[in-house]
Design a protein around this ligand. Structure first.
Ligand SMILES: Cc1cc2nc3c(=O)[nH]c(=O)nc-3n(C[C@H](O)[C@H](O)[C@H](O)COP(=O)(O)OP(=O)(O)OC[C@H]3O[C@@H](n4cnc5c(N)ncnc54)[C@H](O)[C@@H]3O)c2cc1C
Length: 434
């Protein structure tokens, strides 16, 4: 008789049960399945630029996301073990104690994530199989019409070819295991305090008044598409600055994988069949392709996305003036529109896309500050931080990435066009300037 196979699903940035290839494969291929998530202490340490890798906003969102994941897995009769420890510390032990044959996880290609995986492999017997899947893309890497090294440096070329030639795969479904699959679990999910932060109430002015987790992501999808039909006007409102509904706000859930880009895509298709298909419904797909594109740029260019010269290896004279950096962070520059956006980020962990483009352009192209410092600050603060989108966009705006036109934003003009009545600036600067 064939030996009983035991699988371990190692969750990282794919914190969901629906449309999760790793989880589906683990259930299909094994008799018993356990799951694990590690709050890696390195993700909360300070980096060389003096900011924590993760600040309180994303830490809280992550705790909420893992809490929901645990509940959802329990409904499938799968136990989620949660550690506040390096994966290299806990995973080899789980493998040894439970006689795990295969480990299932989302493929990551950035150097720190690859190093962690290699460290785990060094500590377990060669017989343990490591099975990675690309859970994070809209266009699966095996389906795009390019070998990675030939991915174009211009987005439009990439998008046109993929739209023409690549079919989006269906979602993965998941079925529960039998009750006895659950195991004793004494691990606990850390609290915001045990992660080293002081608990906080979210600022009521936030444009992102949502919680983490798959359930909340699905609720938002239902609300934005079906209940309010905001999807129908997305292209007209997406450059807004105030409130929850000018854009989808999917990014924090997409970033930690509480929802997949494919799930959103197939729901748009359903919406187009049942409600209407217009420029706005298409434009949300267009933006999801941007998200994919920066992932492909990161696979293609490796660690260059973190280097000062970016993927273009430009040799600009970047400055590191501390008082200019502080003024930018604290919203005390000469530009009220930049200041309002920076205060919003500091108070809430959120900033609109329009805001991000402006403050990043101001940082790199008006103040000539080393763009990696701005990117590292965003990395700490953003609820929706995603390594590929963050560094890809920062390079783009700073003239060392994928913008063929190397634009500089005219901040006062942007403020006039997008905040004509100064409502956004009033909201965040309050009595300071008005
Ligand atoms: C300097 C800078 C840094 C950024 N850092 C991040 C980051 O760390 N994480 C992140 O998710 N996005 C980042 N973005 C992209 C973009 O600002 C956010 O994805 C968007 O504001 C999220 O809001 P939303 O979900 O309502 O977007 P919507 O307008 O509703 O768009 C839907 C989805 O499309 C994707 N998307 C939209 N615009 C972009 C874009 N420019 N690049 C990549 N994907 C996009 C996102 O997944 C988003 O959730 C950055 C942009 C800039 C200019």
């Amino acid at each position: 008789m064939q030996k009983k196979q035991k699988g371990l699903v190692w969750f990282r940035n794919d914190l969901r049960v629906n449309d999760n290839e790793s989880l589906t494969n683990a259930i299909d291929e094994n008799e018993t399945v356990i799951a694990v998530y590690c709050f890696d202490p390195r993700h909360f340490e300070e980096t060389k630029f003096g900011f924590k890798k993760t600040e309180k906003f994303r830490a809280k969102f992550l705790i909420e996301s893992v809490t929901t994941l645990k509940e959802n897995l329990e409904k499938l009769n799968i136990t989620l073990l949660v550690y506040h420890q390096k994966p290299e510390g806990s995973i080899p032990e789980i493998i040894a104690q439970n006689g795990i044959n295969s480990v299932y996880f989302q493929e990551e290609w950035t150097s720190e994530e690859m190093e962690v995986l290699e460290n785990i492999k060094l500590k377990v017997p060669d017989s343990v199989l490591f099975k990675a899947s690309y859970n994070q893309f809209l266009f699966h890497p095996e389906d795009i019409p390019y070998v990675i090294q030939l991915i174009p440096n211009v987005f439009t070329k990439f998008r046109n070819q993929c739209e023409k030639l690549t079919k989006i795969r269906p979602e993965f479904t998941v079925k529960p295991l039998f009750k006895e699959n659950l195991i004793a679990n004494e691990t606990i999910i850390p609290t915001i305090q045990t992660m080293g932060f002081t608990d906080f109430e979210m600022d009521s002015r936030t444009a992102f008044p949502f919680r983490g987790g798959e359930k909340e992501a699905v609720k938002r999808l239902q609300n934005y598409f079906w209940e309010t039909k905001k999807l129908s006007v997305y292209k007209l409102t997406r450059n807004g600055l105030i409130g929850a509904d000018f854009s989808s706000k999917f990014s924090p859930w997409l970033s930690n994988g509480s929802i997949s880009a494919k799930t959103i895509y197939w729901e748009i298709v359903k919406y187009e069949q049942k409600v209407e298909k217009n420029d706005s419904t298409y434009w949300l797909i267009f933006e999801l392709i941007w998200r994919d594109y920066f992932k492909y740029i990161s696979i293609k260019n490796g660690n260059s996305i973190f280097k000062i010269g970016g993927i273009l290896e430009k040799n600009y004279d970047w400055k590191t003036n501390q008082s200019s950096i502080k003024n930018w962070i604290n919203g005390t520059t000469v530009e009220p529109f930049v200041n309002a956006n920076m205060i919003e980020l500091q108070q809430t962990g959120w900033m609109s896309n329009r805001g991000r483009q402006n403050v990043a352009s101001f940082f790199a192209k008006n103040l000539y500050l080393d763009w990696r410092i701005g990117a590292a600050y965003f990395e700490a603060m953003l609820i929706d931080y995603d390594v590929h989108s963050n560094y890809g966009n920062w390079m783009y705006v700073s003239g060392v990435g994928n913008d063929p036109r190397d634009r500089k934003f005219n901040i006062p003009l942007q403020a006039k066009n997008y905040d004509g009545e100064s409502n956004f600036q009033k909201l965040w600067l309050q009595q300071k300037l008005f």
